[in-house]
Write a new protein. Structure first.
Lengths: 319, 329
């Protein structure tokens, strides 16, 4: 960094010296930055490796298909898997259409200098940065204490039916949390759709909305899928937002209604790891649960990355 | 100013012209309805941010207004020390609500995480942008995205079970779970954020900068350190700021790995308790509407405002850099 060469580098020996020095600093920079890269990759390998090694011992058909027994020290985690899937499915139903519509508005309808669009972008970016625990507080204060309680007062005579933590409110809370993931990914894909396609469609007499629905969105389906899958993966792994909005440590039944509480893989890990009196006995179970959760999110992530790589390559080929 | 307005008008008229081809009247109605729906949904994101602010704030508000709450805690008591010093002990005979131990805990853990994550991630971004062959890049970037996809509860679990033992063996820390363990665990989650934003910033620097620097006789490393990095500085600053926001707000890693004792000291080997972990652990057990409940929501509101400000600054830095680089092209 301090290799300041003299200003009058005219002579041959000095030149050589300078080149040597610059080669060393080039090489040092290369090595240092490569090392940093390796360190970050090592973080991934260490975490995944540990979970795979620890979890594969526990994993069995019973573990993923049975309910917990004997005070959570034996049996399986099927209710938690079921709860996680139900939660993320509901979340997806809410988040994906809203996210896609937002992205369509931003790229197709709003003019590039629109102030509203700029504010929407600012809010999406900030929504992505709001701490997940704040979403939990929001879910409790807004969905449960205000909306849910309001429904109870209006329709159930104040009896707590929707004014309590449940599947519906937890999934809506998660939907707001994952909205930015869908918007950003969809927007990127919409931008990659060549302008000529829109012009051609409009020139053939299609309306703007028809163009969006039948030409632009089908062309950008890869990005929509990527965003949706990433959102699902993110939602499946989040714990903080559902702490107070619906997750339960143990339930003897599976959730069947929107106002049921549910078990959840991440929440299961959290409670088992912090509140179990006998850590050594629950450790295999913990590893198994973490393994299932990580496999689930990783599988989704890998699929998303593959789809995106393919669509990007296609977009580049089209240009 | 008038120029901006004129381009805006031009843009909107061009926009309207484009939307005209629909001749049938019913189709035009359909169009209007569709556009309105899309726009309303899009406005939902603004509404969400406002609703979060309003409803988290609403639950915290009685802390400032209610005399009932003031019997137990006042806003100034959150920050002022008492005879017993600065303590957070909300569930005791005489509840103590001093937030400094929590602020110190969050700050300690965040700083450790940033000290680890920022140099690593910026260096890795430089490697990917400058040195890595294309094939390596196509492995490294998705791998780091995968790291971003690891749920924080999994990283927290890893920190709790494995990392804590390593750290204790290496540093001989007094408590097994402490600020250092939580900070290192947290850095796992922060690295992908800082990496991605820094990498974007480096890539946004036009290639002509490097070409010009090399043409003027600088070596590749000089071009990198004196031309490209300075040009990307606002973006890298944004990366750090966004990493900070993420670290302060992260919950599950610190709740599992920090030990959760609200101590006010500078020892990294001591157990510590962050703002987020406090909310996560205590809100489940408080009586709704109690002073303790209000204080926890107030902490949440502070977190929200803090991260909102931090993110806004970060976004602005990125935006400003983009604009400058585009303008000088």
């Amino acid at each position: 960094m301090t290799a300041q060469a003299p200003a009058n580098a005219g002579g041959a020996p000095q030149k050589l010296h300078r080149r040597q020095r610059s080669q060393t600093s080039d090489r040092a920079l290369f090595t240092l930055t490569a090392l940093a890269c390796v360190t970050i990759l090592a973080m991934l390998v260490v975490v995944v490796g540990d979970v795979v090694v620890g979890g594969s011992k526990t994993l069995s058909w019973e573990f993923i298909s049975a309910a917990p027994r004997d005070g959570m020290t034996k049996g399986g985690i099927f209710p938690a898997i079921f709860g996680t899937v139900a939660l993320t499915l509901l979340m997806t139903i809410a988040a994906v259409p809203a996210g896609v519509a937002t992205a369509v508005y931003l790229t197709e309808y709003a003019s590039s200098s629109s102030r509203v669009a700029r504010w929407i972008r600012v809010c999406i970016a900030n929504l992505a940065g709001v701490p997940s625990i704040v979403f939990g507080l929001f879910g409790l204060g807004f969905f449960i204490a205000t909306i849910g309680h309001g429904i109870d007062v209006a329709a159930f005579g104040g009896r707590p039916v929707y004014g309590q933590p449940c599947l519906l409110w937890a999934s809506l809370t998660l939907a707001i949390l994952t909205l930015p993931v869908v918007v950003v990914s969809t927007e990127e894909a919409l931008r990659a759709v060549p302008r000529e396609l829109r012009d051609a469609s409009l020139a053939l007499g299609a309306t703007k909305f028809q163009t969006v629905m039948r030409v632009v969105l089908p062309e950008a389906i890869g990005g929509v899928l990527t965003g949706s899958i990433l959102a699902v993966s993110r939602g499946a792994g989040e714990v903080a937002p559902i702490l107070f909005t619906g997750a339960a440590y143990f339930l003897p039944y599976l959730p069947t209604k929107l106002n049921d509480q549910f078990m959840n893989l991440g929440y299961h890990v959290y409670v088992l790891a912090t509140q179990s009196p006998d850590v050594d006995r629950t450790k295999p179970l913990l590893y198994g649960t973490v393994f299932v959760l990580l496999s689930l999110t990783f599988l989704l992530n890998v699929v998303a990355v593959l789809i995106r790589a393919r669509t990007r390559r296609r977009a580049r080929a089209a240009l | 100013m008038s120029d901006v307005q004129r381009t805006e008008i031009l843009a909107t008229t061009a926009h309207e012209k484009k939307a005209k081809p629909s001749l049938a009247r019913s189709a035009r109605w359909g169009e209007t309805i569709a556009e309105t729906i899309v726009k309303i949904v899009a406005l939902g994101s603004i509404a969400s941010v406002l609703l979060i602010l309003i409803f988290v704030g609403k639950e915290a508000l009685p802390l400032f207004t209610s005399a009932e709450v003031h019997k137990e805690v006042t806003p100034s008591a959150l920050f002022a020390g008492t005879a017993s010093g600065y303590t957070w002990q909300p569930v005791s005979e005489v509840p103590k609500y001093n937030v400094w131990p929590l602020f110190a805990g969050s700050l300690k853990v965040t700083l450790i995480a940033l000290l680890i994550a920022v140099p690593l991630s910026v260096a890795a971004a430089i490697f990917v942008g400058e040195y890595a062959p294309k094939r390596a890049r196509e492995i490294i970037k998705p791998a780091i995205e995968l790291l971003a996809g690891v749920p924080s509860v999994v990283i927290g679990f890893f920190a709790l079970v494995v990392l804590a033992s390593w750290v204790q063996r290496a540093f001989g820390t007094e408590h097994r779970l402490n600020a250092l363990v939580a900070g290192i665990g947290l850095s796992f989650a922060i690295c992908p954020v800082v990496f991605t934003v820094s990498e974007d910033a480096l890539r946004a620097v036009p290639g002509s900068y490097r070409t010009a620097a090399i043409a003027l006789g600088s070596t590749p490393s000089q071009a990198l350190l004196r031309v490209i990095l300075p040009a990307a500085t606002p973006g890298i600053a944004a990366a750090i700021v966004l990493g900070f926001g993420r670290a302060v707000g992260e919950t599950m890693i610190v709740v599992l790995a920090s030990g959760n004792a609200a101590l006010l000291d500078a020892d990294l080997g001591h157990s510590t308790r962050t703002i987020t972990a406090t909310i996560a652990q205590e809100l489940g057990e408080v009586v709704v509407g109690s002073p303790h409940y209000r204080v926890l929501f107030a902490l949440g509101a502070m977190l929200f405002i803090c991260t909102f400000g931090v993110n806004y600054l970060g976004e602005r830095a990125v935006h400003g850099m983009r604009k400058k680089l585009r303008g000088s092209k």
